[in-house]
Design a protein around this ligand. Structure first.
Ligand SMILES: Nc1ncnc2c1ncn2[C@@H]1O[C@H](COP(=O)(O)OP(=O)(O)OP(=O)(O)O)[C@@H](O)[C@H]1O
Ligand SMILES: [Mg+2]
Length: 207
């Protein structure tokens, strides 16, 4: 079982959006069952699960101190892939997720305050000793912001995911109706970028 934790101490970076899209991509690929663990008391991923018509991926809303039993249950149930969505501003919970993960994804918007804020999340990943990579999210479809952000990330000496997630209304609309972008617009560019992200993660986490 491979576990991917989506962590950023900054609010609104896109943790829940990416965790959901990744969990559905993994589910579509099989993996013997996928569990999306929602550690955030705001429960956004769980609300998405409530609005979903399909029974998979499984969504589990758990308190951080119940993370390990939840992972044990997923493994016992035969899950091959687990995605953990975390809350912002919660170091203890984020550290528990970071320690449990095979790979940490750190989403970051291409803006100076966001780029500055990833430092504390990178420190947390290093403390946990878990491989991590920064994923640029909500990139404007035009302009040089993404290239400038990539340069700023290089200063942290952490891998940058070679897939950039563009700012698309379809990410918002799909979640509203309990879907992922791949289900909402199967032939869209967003579906294709999530597919590339999923495949990059499979390589990075040796899935
Ligand atoms: N690539 C994207 N394109 C368009 N909108 C996006 C994208 N990524 C995230 N959003 C939107 O930005 C907002 C914040 O995203 P999201 O809730 O996923 O962030 P978060 O990191 O989980 O936030 P929190 O820290 O509050 O848990 C949401 O309204 C979401 O729909
Ligand atoms: Mg969230």
């Amino acid at each position: 079982m491979k576990t991917i934790a989506v962590i950023s101490q900054k609010g609104g970076a896109g943790k829940t959006t990416l965790a959901i899209n990744l969990a559905v991509a993994a589910d579509r690929a099989g993996n013997g069952g996928v569990t999306l663990i929602d550690l955030d008391p705001q429960a956004s991923a769980s609300v998405w699960g409530d609005n979903r018509e399909l029974p998979t991926p499984q969504v589990a809303s758990v308190q951080p101190n119940r993370l390990q039993p939840c992972l044990d249950k997923a493994r016992a149930d035969g899950a091959g892939f687990v995605v953990i969505d975390t809350a912002p501003h919660s170091e203890t919970a984020a550290l528990a997720a970071a320690r449990a993960a095979d790979l940490i994804l750190i989403p970051c918007r291409p803006a100076v305050l966001d780029l500055h804020a990833i430092g504390s999340t990178i420190d947390l990943a290093r403390l946990a000793g878990t491989p991590a990579a920064v994923l640029l999210n909500s990139i404007p479809s035009r302009g040089s912001l993404a290239d400038e952000a990539a340069e700023a990330v290089a200063g942290y000496e952490i891998p940058l995911v070679p897939v950039r997630i563009v700012q698309r209304a379809a990410y918002v609309h799909s979640l509203t109706c309990g879907k992922s972008i791949q289900e909402f617009e199967p032939r869209g560019k967003g579906a294709e970028e999530i597919d590339r992200l999923y495949r990059w993660i499979c390589d990075a986490a040796a899935i």
